[in-house]
Every structure is written in C-alpha cells, then in structure tokens.
Design a protein around this ligand. Structure first.
Ligand SMILES: *Cc1c(COP(=O)(O)O)cnc(C)c1O
Length: 428
C-alpha cells in the first residue's frame, strides 16, 4: 500500500522517481578510435591547424556533399565568415528568425550588420516564410535560415524569395547535420552554410565548426576572416600582413582528430536518434496536454532536439504559462528526465537588441550607414508563446541511450501529465 502511494506521488513532492540516477548516459560516446586518433595527433608534430584538419575538411565535404569546407573553432565563427563571403557589411540588413540560438543573429553584429527579425511558425518552430518579404528593405542583403532542432526550413520557398529579391542565403546548419528537404542535405541549398561541432551537437568535437560553400569565390572571401586578415592558407609561405579585417577562427589538430573519429560514427548516431525519436513519439502519443513535434512532408528531421510544447489552453494556464511550464519541467526533472528550456527568449527580446547597443554608443545601430529597425516584441507573438510553452530533450535520445531509456522518458511524462493536480502544488 505504502509503495503504491510512493509511485503515484510525483518525485517533486517526495514520491519515487521513474528514472534512476545515472540511467541516462552522457553524450557523446567516446571509444578506442577517438583515443587513438587524439593521441596520435598529440604525438605528431603539429598541434595547430594540421594534417587532421585538412583531412577532416575533405571527409566532411564528402559526407555533406558541399564542395568546400573550412574547419574553424565554432559555428558562430562559420556564420561570421559566411556573412563576409556574401559581402554583407556596415549598414546592411540581414534577415534572421526571431527564435534561434542568439549567435544566428548576433554574428551580424560582428560585422556592423543589422539583424532584422521575422517571427516563427508554430508547427515547425522555424521562420515563417510568409512573413519574410514584409521584412525586406533596400538595405537587405541576405537571409540567414536556421534549420532549428534539425528540421529544415522549406528551402524551395526561401530560394524563390531570394531569387526574386536578389538576396544571398546562409544556412545555419549548426543543429542540422544530416537533415534533408526534398531529399537534399542541409547546407546544400544556399550560398554558404555553417555547422557547429560543439559539445551539444549531433557531431561533437568539444568545440568547432565548418564554414562551407559550393562557390569558389565566396569560399575564398569568407576565408579572409579566418585568421588575422592574412588571407593565405597557413601551409604557404607568405605573410604576416593584414589585408583586411580578420579574427582568429582556426582550430587545432587535436580537436580535428577527435572530430574525424566522431564523423566515422555520425550516420550510425543519427540513425539511432531517429529510432529513439520515433519510439518516443509512440510513447507520448496519448499522453494528455502535449503538443508533439511533427515532420512535414518532404522533410527528414534529424531530431537534434526533441521539443515538446505543453497545451496551456487545455490546462487553463495561458496567463501563467511560463511559471506553470517551469513547474511541469521541475516535476519531469525530479522524475529523472533530462529536459530543459532551450531558449527562453526571442533573440530581439535579448538585452543587446532591446538596448540597441553592441559596441557602446549604440553601435552598430547608430552607425550612419544603418537604417532604423524596430524590435518591438508584439511582432513576435509565436516565438514568445513557444518560449513559454516548451521544453526540449537532446542527450536522452542520443546514443548510447536506446529505446529502453526512451520508454522510461515516456513513463515519466505520463506520470507527470496525468497528475496535473500535483504539479499545481510543486514549488519552484
Ligand atoms: C550551436 C549553435 C550555433 C553556434 O555554434 P557554436 O559552435 O556554439 O558557436 C549557432 N546556431 C545554432 C542554431 C546553434 O544551435
């Protein structure tokens, strides 16, 4: 009798948790090949940009089908290089989604470019393509599309808008390795693409990224930013001369060795995530008050992040959605579910944008080349609702976790969502 009560009480209120401590295994799995390759780089002579970096670039291009790849130290660096490759600069405007990782848009600020935000679409959580044209001005040079959570934006619609208005297209593929639209890989539609290999991504090397393009000239132009503005590959003798603006976006050979080892397992890892996501959707299908992620026709979702929204209307919590969502998430976490809010604010709501001040003195918005932009929040109602209603999961769906772990997630969600009366009593 007592034990029944304990399993019926939410763990957040003192009951027994569904998922035992340590049952969800960490990402990424590291094996013999990772150790061998990193050690061999360590024992080799070149620890800066070296032979593993050049080999990795070739291997990544072969994997993605994009002709040129440059290994750099972050996805953000890759986005910045992509903007330069597309000849965006002071006073130009670039369109970005209102809901994304901040650097999908703050990369613009690095080059005195003004981001202009477009609200997202509720179902896909991606930019609302129907709203892009209204955001275009004579200053607009490019669109940054973000394939959020591993679901691609409808690239047919994006490319049509870009052609009509003569805009460049940059694909932020930091979450989209292996995602496809109409059978084509993420990163292969636009002028340039950026991938990240940081700890959280489906391909991990600790930190890192790829700047990619099929266009020779654009690739070379983006590369000028790569280190110090020297505009020359490090394996040629020329030098120590800044031809223009340059950052330090190189990565190291040890990191590339780790990335190469992980790349050999990327397809197998992605396949496992697919299986896990499909199983989780089955397990959650009849759990009350959940809005599950969907994959529209023509899309292949990589399920980088399995994002669930809570139906606050059905639960009568629209007015205090954020607080009530936090109570549900606290309850899930107490049951052992590794879940959390991925981004709690639309990017235009973040301080730098609201204050319109990145470098001090209001720059770059106060620059005489810049036009006026409006970041009033009533323009992003869908992004704001999403921010308050969602929670996401990454690690529990990734290897070495399998369907057994996923079934436990399903059990924990069912326990919490069928005991909303108890959730009401949880204190934050
Ligand atoms: C992770 C991420 C980035 C940035 O990648 P870093 O390697 O962390 O700089 C950019 N955009 C999106 C959508 C991301 O998820």
């Amino acid at each position: 009798m007592k034990s029944t009560r304990r399993t019926e009480t939410l763990a957040a209120l003192g009951g027994e948790r569904v998922i035992a401590e340590g049952a969800i295994r960490p990402w990424p799995p590291v094996g013999a090949l990772d150790r061998k390759m990193v050690l061999s780089s360590l024992e080799g002579g070149q620890h800066t940009y070296g032979p593993n970096c050049t080999a990795l670039e070739k291997e990544f291009s072969a994997w993605s089908g994009i002709q040129h790849s440059l290994f750099c130290n972050s996805g953000t660096a890759a986005l910045h290089m992509a903007l330069v490759a597309c000849e965006c600069g002071a006073g130009d405007e670039v369109i970005a989604p209102a809901y994304t990782w901040p650097s999908s848009a703050t990369c613009c600020l690095h080059h005195n470019i003004i981001p202009v935000f477009v609200d997202i679409e509720w179902t896909t959580m991606n930019v609302d393509t129907d709203r892009i044209e209204a955001a275009i001005t004579p200053r607009t040079r490019a669109i940054i599309v973000v394939h959020l959570h591993g679901l691609m934006v409808n690239m047919k619609e994006i490319m049509a808008i870009a052609r009509k208005h003569r805009l460049k297209v940059i694909e932020d593929c930091c979450q989209a390795h292996g995602a496809r639209f109409q059978g084509r890989m993420a990163g292969s539609f636009g002028d340039c693409a950026a991938f990240s290999t940081n700890q959280n991504k489906v391909m991990c090397s600790g930190e890192g990224g790829f700047f990619c393009s099929n266009d020779d000239k654009m690739f070379e132009r983006g590369k000028t930013l790569w280190y110090f503005g020297e505009n020359r590959p490090p394996d040629t003798a020329a030098g120590y001369h800044a031809y223009g603006m340059g950052w330090m976006y190189r990565s190291s050979d040890l990191v590339a060795a780790f990335a190469r080892a992980q790349l050999t397992r990327l397809d197998a890892n992605l396949a496992r995530i697919q299986t896990n996501a499909a199983r989780l959707t089955d397990c959650l299908a009849d759990v009350p008050h959940l809005i599950l992620p969907t994959t529209p026709k023509d899309h292949h979702h990589n399920f980088y992040n399995y994002t669930v929204r809570f139906d606050m209307e059905a639960m009568n919590h629209v007015r205090d959605a954020r607080t009530f969502r936090d109570k549900i998430v606290a309850s899930l976490r107490a049951e052992g579910v590794d879940t959390g809010i991925w981004q709690g604010w639309p990017v235009p709501e973040m301080t730098a944008c609201q204050a319109k001040d990145a470098y001090g003195r209001g720059c770059p918005w106060s620059c005489r080349h810049a036009g006026r932009v409006d970041y009033s929040l009533d323009q992003y109602p869908v992004a704001r609702r999403h921010c308050d209603w969602h929670t996401g999961m990454t690690t529990p769906l990734r290897p070495p976790n399998g369907t057994g772990t996923v079934e436990l997630l399903g059990k924990a969600f069912r326990k919490v969502m069928t005991r909303i009366d108890q959730v009401e009593k949880v204190t934050l």
